[in-house]
Structures are given as C-alpha cells and as structure tokens.
Design a protein around this ligand. Structure first.
Ligand SMILES: Nc1ncnc2c1ncn2[C@@H]1O[C@H](COP(=O)(O)OP(=O)(O)OP(=O)(O)O)[C@@H](O)[C@H]1O
Ligand SMILES: [Mg+2]
Length: 325
C-alpha cells in the first residue's frame, strides 16, 4: 500500500467573500504564497495574518475551508480525517473535518471549550459509537485502513490506538499488571516477554526509575502524576499506531505536567501523538503541528511555531493571543 502523503487538498485559497476587500486590504493568501516563493522579497513585504472573517462566516452558518500550511505537504500521514462530520442527535458537532495527522510527530488540537476537540479525538477510536443518537459522515483512515467502514472490527481497531484521558484511569491491580494489560487480553503469557514490555513501556513513559522496586504494589497508591504516566505506559505497551491524549495534564500540578511534557518530546519520532490541550504554552512546548478548532470546524492547521507567531488567519491569531475563547 502506498504511504499516504499529506498534500493538503483542503488548503485552497479563501473564497472571495472571506478575503479582505477595499484599497487598504491586506494581501491575499495567494499573494502571501507567491511572496513565499521569493524569500528575500517576502521578508520585506510578507505580513500575517492575511485571511479574515472566518468566524463571522461560521456564525452565518457557513462551512469554511481549513487553511492548511504548505509545510504539511512534506509529511507522511499516519491518520487521515476525510470530510468527517458528526451529529449528537439533531445537533451537529463536527463539520466536514479534513486533517492529515503526520507520522512520528506530536499534533495538538486547540480551541475554545465546546468546539469539538474531544469529540474529534474520540471519533478516531470510535468511542462516540457508544453514545445514543450519534451519527457520522465521512471517514477516517489509520495507515490507509478505513476506520468507519461497516466491515471494521471496532475491538481490533481500538487495539491499534492508545488513548489517555484527562483523568488517569489505572486499574485496581499492580503497576506491572496495569502496564501489561493490553498483552494479557491478547493472551500473552510469556513471563519474560511481559517483563520486557513492562520495563520498556515504563521507561518510555519516564516512570521506570520511580517504580522499578515496587512493580507489584497497587497502582492506585501512586501519585496523580505517576498514575497518568502509568496510563501512558499502558497505552504505549501495545505499540499503538497513534496515541490519542485528551488534556492529559489538566489534573496535574506543574511538576507532573513538566514530566509529561518532557515525555511527549521524547515520544516524538517513535510515536504519532494527537493531543487535545487547553494550555497554549503546552501546545507550543510539545507539539510539532497545531490545529485550531472553532465551533466544530478546523480553522487553521500548520507548524506550531507558525500557528503561534505568524498564522495565516486573523481569528487564529486572536485566539492564540487570548483575545477570545
Ligand atoms: N454526549 C454528548 N451528547 C450531546 N452533545 C455532546 C456530547 N458530548 C459533547 N457534546 C456537545 O458537542 C460539542 C463539542 O463538545 P466537546 O466535548 O467535543 O468539546 P471540547 O472542545 O472537547 O470542549 P472542552 O474544551 O470543554 O473539553 C459541545 O457543544 C458539546 O455540548
Ligand atoms: Mg474536551
């Protein structure tokens, strides 16, 4: 199977009504890109952001195109979200989302409360299927395999992904058994293999040194930050193709948060991580790419440094600089 490349089909020039008009209008995105082709000139005249009015368009009930930065074109996709929409009963929560999540990178989803970040993350491992009245359209693909095809075995699909929730959820069993749980349910009994996976996963989650002498103690005796790292160890024990994290640090103190952030930087390269965070500093410290969501739509998606320092869309700038949300 050919490796899917991120080509950014959704990265179209803005529709005319979304462009600034009038004689004092800022340069259009097409202008900015043309300038990008000539860096020395662009250094002098390029200004960001160049697209305005996305939030007003959404308020009018429009579905706006995601502004995907060209840098994503060079990335391989581990996860492709393809024109995905979701309704809770009659209320639409996600609108025609097109996102390609790069392999071996950390990608952050940011946006105001209620904009659909958790809904999108939960849709990747089909956790929303469990909610009465949920309906989806479009598809997602994990390494090229459909996630929403009727023939998909959801239990098998979920084994290919790791999920870490806002609140840590260790099982009431030993540290060791927590970590090797995914292997146990697959019927693995080889003690040596289990011990190896346990150590490798705990090291991967930066917890090994703290717990190596108490592996058979109850996991519920660990601190909150340790419990969250234990859940990350359990998630990576199964060697997931993508690791999904929904605000994994929101219940932790700054020290524990720092450890998880260090860990995320270390996971980069070996793991593909999609993380929801409310914390702008955390996104800027840990994520290679960031997608800004608003009312169920993805407004802009690009390298984190560009999203925070020179976004294409004015509404993104307003959000990341704290002017709303
Ligand atoms: N189980 C549900 N049933 C009905 N509506 C829901 C359900 N879960 C979420 N929603 C609605 O879907 C929208 C998106 O919610 P979601 O939890 O995905 O937002 P979020 O961006 O994760 O917010 P937060 O930052 O507060 O966690 C909201 O309007 C929310 O009320
Ligand atoms: Mg949420």
């Amino acid at each position: 199977m050919a490796t899917p490349h991120i080509t950014g089909p959704q990265s179209q020039p803005p529709s005319p009504e979304l462009r600034p008009g009038g004689s004092d209008a800022r340069p259009s995105l097409a202008d900015a890109r043309a300038e990008g082709a000539h860096p020395p000139h662009a250094q002098r005249v390029r200004r960001h952001p160049v697209i305005t009015g996305r939030l007003q368009a959404i308020a009018r009930g429009e579905v706006v195109p995601t502004e995907t930065h060209p840098a994503l074109a060079g990335e391989e996709a581990v996860l492709e979200i393809d024109h995905f929409s979701l309704w809770y009963g009659s209320k639409q929560a996600l609108f025609d989302i097109c996102l390609r999540i790069p392999r071996g990178k950390v990608t952050a989803l940011i946006g105001p409360s209620g904009c659909g970040k958790s809904t999108l993350l939960r849709s990747v491992n089909r956790l929303n299927d469990l909610i009465h009245g949920v309906r989806q359209a479009g598809d997602m693909r994990l390494n090229g395999d459909s996630i929403y095809d009727r023939s998909v075995d959801v239990i098998e699909l979920r084994k290919r992904m790791g999920m870490v929730f806002q609140k840590s959820n260790p099982f009431p069993m030993s540290i060791f058994e927590n970590v090797v749980y995914p292997l146990r349910i697959d019927g693995v009994r080889d003690r040596q293999l289990l011990a190896e996976v346990c150590e490798r996963s705990l090291r991967g989650a930066a917890l090994w040194d703290e717990v190596k002498d108490r592996l058979h103690e109850n996991a519920l005796e660990l601190s909150g930050g340790q419990q969250q790292r234990l859940c990350i160890a359990r998630a990576i024990a199964a060697e997931p193709e993508v690791l999904l994290m929904d605000e994994p640090c929101s219940a932790l103190d700054p020290l524990a948060t720092g450890k998880i952030e260090d860990l995320m930087r270390e996971l980069r390269g070996n793991y593909s991580v999609l993380i929801v965070t409310h914390n702008m500093q955390q996104a800027s410290r840990t994520a290679d790419y960031t997608a800004f969501m608003y009312l169920g739509q993805v407004i802009e998606y690009g390298p984190t440094t560009d999203i925070f320092t020179k976004p294409f869309v004015k509404d993104t700038e307003d959000y990341v600089t704290g002017r709303f949300g």
